[in-house]
Design a protein around this ligand. Sequence first.
Ligand code: UT7
Length: 332
Amino acid sequence: MRNSKIAGVGHYVPEQVVTNKDLEKIMDTSDEWIRERTGIVERRYFQEGVDTTANMGAEAARRALKKAGMEAKDIDMIIFATLSPDYVFPGSGVLLQRELGLKEIPALDVRNQCSGFIYALSVGDQFIKTGMYDNILVVGSEIHSSGLDFSTRGRGVSVIFGDGAGAAVLTPSESNDRGILSTHLHADGEFAEELAVLAPGSNKKDRLTHEMLDNGDIFPYMNGNMVFKHAVTRFPEVIQEALQKNGYKPEDIDMLIPHQANLRITSYIQQKMGLPAERVFSNIHKYGNTTAASVPIALSEALEEGRIKDGDLVCLAAFGSGFTWASALIRW
Ligand code: UT7
């Protein structure tokens, strides 16, 4: 079976920069707390009427296509990962398809939160392996800022999230020792409600009530400490799984691109894997946590900064709501 490879990566972030100092003005928080606990300095927020989850994804896709030297019409399938779709239904995949002027090709929506992009990449990889499709657009895009609790009640969650989009074009690899070597996907629904938005929910007779609004059930809830503990276990585990599968050791990794959840989590993984800081990519200070968009934005910036070279061993890894976690090992 043929391997797939990433032929081009692109990203788009909204123009509006929101600093920790800006958040200090609207809730009881401090620049110092946010920097120390998360490493975040600023994030981007969308502009209503300009940015949508689908059109940010489309812009990231156009940039990825340009890098790949391809046009939208070359794409055979769209896979769109987001936890913040434009509508409850249909998913943002079809909106992105329309935005790119494409017709009839399949558009699949993936709901795996912070691990969404790697799950989507894995699905695309399988379609290319089987020969069903040749060129697949894999997109991660999020608008968090319209769904956060900006009162002091929500500060533990709202300061960490930001908006943005990233995309990759998957094509068949010329050889089986290049491209995506393997992907590894996991989930544990035991912890589903530990990082979740519970309302509106189809499991209630009234999907949205005043009580839900008053309780803040429409905002993300996160058991931060618990998520943190699981993250620092699952990240190294799923990276090791990818390395072992392919007969590599941590020191063989040229660039590790972890989901940007918290700088402390990234530093822990770096130490645990025994990697030098320059081989672990971090841009959380600029964008915060953009869930499904964080891995492709980071990958796109790493490439733009020349930090990934032809032939490098690149590892993508993520952990988040579900809980879900995943990795992909790529020979660039
Ligand atoms: O991407 C998906 C996966 N998500 C993650 O991986 C996130 C994992 N978790 C985390 O990154 C961390 O748990 C957080 C950054 C979310 C929180 O950091 P923490 O060190 O776990 O803080 P905490 O929740 O234990 O709160 C410590 C204190 C509390 O005050 P008391 O009870 O000690 O007086 C909070 O009320 O910090 C307070 N606090 C804040 N203070 C200022 C919580 N949020 C804030 C805030 N500003 N924004």
